[in-house]
Design a protein around this ligand. Sequence first.
Ligand code: GLA
Length: 349
Amino acid sequence: MRAPETYASVFGSEPEVVASAPGRVNLLGEHTDYQGGFVLPIAIPQRATVSLGRNGTDQHQLRSANLDHSLQVAVGETGESFAPYLTGCFELSGVKEGLNAFVSSTVPSGGLSSSAALEVATLRALRELYGLALDDVALALRGVQVEHEFVGVMCGVMDQMASSLADTKTLLLIDTRSLERRAVPLPPNSEVLVLDSGVPRRLAESGYNERRAQVEEASRLLGVAQLRDVVSVAELSGLPEVLQRRARHVVSENARVLQALGADAAEFGQLMNASHASLRDDYEVSHPQVDVLVALLQAQPQVYGARMTGAGFGGAVVALIKEGAAALTSDVLFDYREQTGERGVQVVP
Ligand code: GLA
């Protein structure tokens, strides 16, 4: 068997800095973070790791172990494929010299913030290499700026904030308008289960940007700065039908996050189930196979609640389950395969 690739095996010297950052799973508060709403993510154990060293040239040498792909990008250029995630961080951090970068990640792609983990790990490595004065919130916001300006995804702030600030033990409530945050314990006797549906996220980017445009239009028509400012779904009745459903998701989802604070596992789980129905029917960002997996989980007596997580259009599913009950996964994944032909994978625990 071939020894695993490292920075040293690729570049022939040791890196100057090594940093990592976790992926995240969001328990409640989906598609609210670009309308000033509330989110409730937790970090997952899987991480992206970035090793950096100066190479004394005017070219960046970038290596992704996962993609088995090497790229050379001139200092000041953005590059293609996985390069913008790194070069965006370099540019926004004022890097003026060639760097060698070795990237590897255990965060599955599809709803668990693999790209935010890569950005936060890269920015942590740069902070250490250059002694940048960047606190963990500013670092997260720089990651968001990389997505907007270099990758072209108009994401909200949740993923980079979670990757930069959350841990794997406690939920992190984030007010995405003020960026205030607070640790929230998981309900007693519960734990988080994450499954990858195996459904690749096609249409995710165009669908995401379209939803974002729709809720921006809805808030404009309502005369509010953000849908965060709408307290009751009754205020939405004058909107055109599609916009009304999109806005109803955001407004009801914000209420669900606030209701979940201090809820027991049973109530928390019901809120997750309601969130899934809202994302499926009102926001229309789920996927038929993902709906099957969610329904199979919801039918298990040891599952308090289950829903799609992340941007949607395929990808991951999250459940709140009875502590120690993760063995239920094998039956669920067996039935899922029978019904859909898809091979799901357990990601957490
Ligand atoms: C993606 C985005 C986040 C958030 C979620 C949906 O993960 O990067 O900002 O909008 O989708 O909640």
